[in-house]
Design a protein around this ligand. Structure first.
Ligand code: PMP
Length: 443
């Protein structure tokens, strides 16, 4: 009997024993194509010798040094590299162990910045419905996914949630994409005005919404308007790039495509590519200097901040993305992936939308294509597709329960950047086999 506490207690997971390139092998020797990098983590695939060596060397030299006393070369070098390529005025990097920690740090930094900037009354947070920012209490409160929040609602801090930018569902007939983007962004200004123009500390959003919506980018112009509104009212813009950052969309930072830069950015997942747990919060010099000139101390921290072995992994990963020209590879494979998905499912009666950016793709499953009506949630479409895909030897990331008030289902794809064209065909074929195994989705 296992003593591990699995996520799904009623259905403990299969035991993986090894992984190489784009494939996992389980204890029975069965192979699985990694179509989602776990949850958009394994951007370099598995078993990369350069990353393994970088970690081994670092562990041998200096595995750990507490940031209460020391900094280290891997932390310094990784911060320099990230800032070299980071958009806008991002200038400082705070290393943590994952995405939720990066979001928690961002929230607390935003609050402390306003206090030290002479505006202690700024305490309200605004985020979006159908978003996910992590599972720790602050990050969970920020996220707008009703299902994840439900049982913890009484112990969550109060956060306002506005609509996401979800063109497929929310753009009105006859409305241009640009007008829709401005209308969606207007919700932010309306909420700031409702709360009080000097009351809001930050607005938090994912540039491309991952887990809760299935790779949904905003329409052009949306984030530019969001940036203007934040600037007008002194609200910090926190962009959560935990899933969509680090090359996933073909840009090192996803917000580059939206032509905006945040005051605070959160990254994780692809930063360590699964070789080590690492995340980071990046902030502008304005925020850093305000606290530097004030209390001089960010009142937050964890034992494993800037962990040298994790930073060594992150440094090797980002160098690999840049040196191996993987951002260009993402663009090329992206075209192949979207062409293959459109070819296979573009006319499928239960596929409502195929969207995304780079190697970050979402396939929205609907009961009725014309009406864009989702399946009844009790059918558990996403969970059944996940199971059928897994049986067919594919790891992908289906999710249900995403739309406001109505349940929706999608499959999220985020394969390693090193996926080959034949492997893209295999991935799409296996999704097709999964569709055939689930009665109400098969045709
Ligand atoms: N933000 C986003 C956008 C995410 O997708 C996730 C994880 N799925 C998180 C935050 C939380 O990251 P972690 O699971 O590493 O804590």
């Amino acid at each position: 009997m296992s003593h591990v506490f699995p996520r799904q207690i009623t259905a403990p997971p299969v035991k993986a024993v090894s992984a190489k390139g784009c494939y996992f092998t389980d204890e029975n020797g069965k192979q699985y194509l990694d179509g989602s990098g776990g949850a958009a983590v394994s951007c370099l695939g598995h078993g990369d010798p350069d990353i393994i060596k970088a970690i081994q060397d670092q562990v041998a030299q200096l595995a750990f040094a507490h940031t209460g006393f020391f900094t280290s070369d891997p932390a310094e070098n990784l911060a320099d590299l990230l800032i070299k390529y980071a958009p806008g005025d991002l200038d400082r990097v705070y290393f943590v162990s994952g995405g939720s920690e990066a979001v928690e740090a961002a929230l607390k930094l935003a609050r402390q910045f306003h206090i030290e900037n002479g505006e202690p009354q700024r305490r309200h947070l605004i985020a979006r419905r159908q978003s996910y920012h992590g599972n720790t209490l602050g990050a969970l409160a920020t996220g707008g996914n009703a299902w994840r929040r439900a049982q913890f609602e009484p112990i969550l801090v109060d956060v306002s949630h506005i609509a996401p930018c979800y063109e497929y569902v929310d753009r009105a007939e006859g409305e241009s994409a640009e007008d829709y983007g401005l209308r969606a962004a207007q919700e932010l200004e309306d909420e700031i005005l409702r709360l009080g123009t000097d009351q809001v500390m930050a607005f938090v959003a994912e540039p491309v919404v991952g887990a809760t919506m299935g790779a949904v980018p905003a329409v052009a112009g949306y984030f530019k308007r969001i940036r203007e509104i934040c600037d007008q009212y002194g609200v910090l813009l926190i962009l959560d790039e935990v899933m969509c950052g680090m090359g996933r969309t073909g840009h090192l930072f996803a917000c580059e495509a939206d032509e905006v830069s945040p005051d605070i950015a959160c990254i994780a997942k692809g930063l360590g590519a699964g070789y080590q747990p690492i995340g980071a919060m990046l902030c502008t010099s304005k925020i850093y200097d305000t606290i530097g000139a004030g209390s001089g101390f960010f009142q937050h921290g964890h034992t494993y901040l800037a962990h040298p072995s994790a930073c060594a992994a992150g440094l090797a990963v980002v160098n690999a993305i840049l040196d191996r020209n993987l951002l260009a590879a993402v663009q090329t494979r992206s075209e192949q992936l979207f062409a293959a998905l459109t070819d296979a499912f573009g006319q499928h009666p239960h596929v409502g939308d195929i969207r995304g950016r780079g190697l970050f793709a979402g396939v929205e499953i609907v009961e009725d294509r014309e009406a864009k009506r989702p399946f009844d949630p009790t059918l558990k479409t996403a969970a059944r597709l996940k199971k059928a895909a897994f049986e067919a030897g594919l790891v992908c990331y289906p999710m249900g329960g995403t739309r406001d008030g109505r349940m929706g289902d999608h499959i999220l794809l985020a394969p390693p950047f090193v996926i080959s064209e034949p492997q893209i065909s295999e991935l799409v074929d296996k999704i097709g086999s999964a569709f055939k195994q689930v009665d109400h989705v098969s045709v």
